[in-house]
Ligand binder design. Structure first.
Ligand SMILES: Nc1ncnc2c1ncn2[C@@H]1O[C@H](COP(=O)(O)OP(=O)(O)OP(=O)(O)O)[C@@H](O)[C@H]1O
Ligand SMILES: CC(=O)N[C@H]1[C@@H]2OC[C@@H](O2)[C@@H](O)[C@@H]1O[C@H](C)C(=O)O
Length: 366
């Protein structure tokens, strides 16, 4: 019999690299994955990206934030209305600032605007409740990673590693009864991933990224820079812990003395070493790393990850998942959980005191 609680949910993510909006359909009851559906990607135009970049680090009420929110809402409305038969949507928005122990967390874009555009309930503002209750507000994909681990039939602990602008890691023990169960999940940001490398490529070569690790492959890693980076207090902090995109902005200065290729190689190694260090915080070594996010497409970053972490790493595609859309699918999953009153974070994922359901539901007004 078809489970009446399984819905066709649409999720979206606009990541820290400000490239565009990912959108994906997930069939789920908020506990298990029943199937994957269509996906779409809507890049930001250069003008839109400039508006978003100008608002980075800003808080509601600051100059430029309304303009950024309008860009986010318009781009999402455009891509989200392409899908048919959507019953509920999860809208992450664009993180402009994240300071969980200070001013909070700020995702631009209003879910009510999208509820109007789509004509279905939209769940949004996923991170604020967790932060208010003392959590990091991030990462939130781990509850979905738990469902993914079950979906792929993993029996031993595995780790999902997302190599986006920032890196993050979710250690999952799929034998536990639920994601919020004691010992089921440990998740945290590992450190810088592509953001500093992209910034370097922009500054030195006028390029958006080191495509396929081509420049870095010609360079030599400065292990002194890596060792000094690994002395940063962030790497000693016991997880859960999360990072602002610009938290390691000084990394560029640390490679300023190096030729382009060596600087790129060093920043690529930094992403890998940060994940390797993160693994030391895990309760036991994972069977393997399932890598998602754009960094999985950089063969040198993958090679360095395997070498520095000392464990096999594969792209999530090897286990039948979609590494470009996992985060969008995660927010579809989380939307259904919020609608059902199920938790979306717990002590092991954000450091919040007890399992908590975040998110606000906006329904279309007639
Ligand atoms: N073929 C490739 N070669 C090298 N790097 C790549 C390649 N494809 C993508 N990337 C890197 O991945 C980045 C995009 O990753 P992703 O889409 O996972 O980021 P994001 O979702 O915006 O970040 P976050 O997960 O931190 O929010 C690009 O900016 C680039 O640095
Ligand atoms: C505050 C914020 O938007 N954080 C993002 C960012 O991008 C990667 C990493 O930093 C992660 O903590 C998070 O996103 C993913 C989707 C998450 O919440 O799981």
């Amino acid at each position: 019999m078809k489970d009446a609680r399984v819905v066709r949910a649409l999720g979206t993510m606009s990541g820290t690299s400000l490239d565009g909006v990912d959108a994906a359909i997930l069939l789920t009851d908020g506990e298990a994955i029943s199937g994957f559906g269509d996906t779409a990607y809507r890049p930001y135009t250069a003008k839109e990206r400039a508006t978003l970049t100008a608002a980075l680090g800003k808080w509601p009420g600051d100059d430029g934030v309304n303009a950024a929110a309008e860009v986010v809402e318009a781009a999402h409305a455009e891509v989200m209305t392409r899908f048919e038969g959507v019953q509920i949507a999860g809208f992450h928005g664009q993180t402009l600032a994240h300071d969980p122990r200070g001013r909070g967390t700020h995702q631009a874009g209003d879910g009510q605007v999208l509820a109007q555009a789509l004509g279905v309930p939209v769940v949004w503002n996923f991170r604020s409740a967790d932060v208010r209750l003392g959590g990091q507000g991030a990462p939130l994909a781990p509850f979905f990673h738990f469902a993914c681990a079950r979906f792929i039939g993993a029996e031993a602990p595995v780790a999902f590693v997302n190599l986006g602008g920032v890196g993050n890691l979710t250690w999952v023990d799929p034998s536990r009864p639920a994601p919020e169960a004691e010992g089921a999940l440990l998740a945290f940001d590992t450190g810088p991933a592509n953001a500093p490398l992209n910034d370097l490529m922009q500054a030195r070569r006028g390029l958006g990224c080191d495509r396929n690790g081509e420049l870095a492959a010609q360079g030599i890693v400065d292990e002194g820079v890596i060792a000094a980076l690994m002395d940063h207090p962030f790497f000693f902090r016991v997880p859960p812990k999360s990072l602002d995109r610009n938290a390691f902005a000084d990394l560029l200065a640390r490679v300023a003395h190096l030729p382009d290729a060596d600087a790129a190689a060093t920043l690529t190694a930094a992403a890998a070493s940060a994940v390797a260090r993160g693994l030391e915080h895990c309760p036991e070594p994972p069977e393997r790393l399932l890598v998602t996010g754009g960094g999985r497409l950089n063969p040198l970053m993958m090679e360095m990850l395997i070498e520095r972490a000392g464990v096999t790493a594969v792209q999530v595609e090897e286990v039948g998942l979609n590494g470009d859309m996992l985060e969008a699918q995660a927010f579809a999953f989380l939307a259904v959980r919020v609608a059902r009153g199920l938790p979306t974070s717990c002590p092991g994922t954000t450091g919040v005191a007890a399992a908590v359901g975040g998110g606000e539901i906006s329904r279309p007004l007639r």
